[in-house]
Design a protein around this ligand. Structure first.
Ligand SMILES: [Cu+2]
Length: 141
């Protein structure tokens, strides 16, 4: 019996072990804030082509960042802090206005249209991922 040598393709994909999360963060954006406004929100889409993962925390140089969810509680809009966000296997999780978002408080400077700032997402499985958040005009989207 003859064994074929291990293919290069297998060697390359072996680092992406079965059962590992495969996380990509896209379309990270925030609305511009007015001078004197110390808080804002950021949004993004988290795509996971691998196994289930969890978003544990977010952090930014621009201010303090935390995971929030907006709920409509009997007609009263409320926000609550999330200790973590499940990212199911093979899913796309949208952080969007009116739902789960990244709350930014204690902004050192206003978020200016056209600027960007770094935001680090820390996942239980995939580890830290830093993306640039694009600041767009309030009302642009
Ligand atoms: Cu919030």
């Amino acid at each position: 019996m003859k064994f074929a040598p291990m293919s290069i393709a297998f060697a390359l994909t072996a680092s992406c072990a079965p059962g590992a999360p495969d996380i990509e963060i896209s379309d990270a954006w925030a609305r511009a804030t007015a001078p004197g406004q110390s808080s804002g929100a950021a949004y993004a889409t988290i795509v996971n082509r691998g196994a289930a993962d969890r978003l544990l925390s977010v952090a930014s140089d621009a201010g303090s960042a935390m995971l929030h969810r907006s709920d409509n509680d009997g007609g009263v809009a409320r926000m609550r802090m999330l200790s973590e966000l499940p990212i199911p296997a093979g899913s796309s999780v949208a952080l969007a206005p009116g739902g789960t978002h990244i709350m930014m408080t204690g902004l050192a400077a206003p978020l200016a249209i056209g600027a960007d700032f770094p935001l680090t997402f820390r996942f239980a499985g995939a580890g830290p991922r830093t993306v640039k958040v694009a600041v767009v005009a309030a009302g642009a989207r």
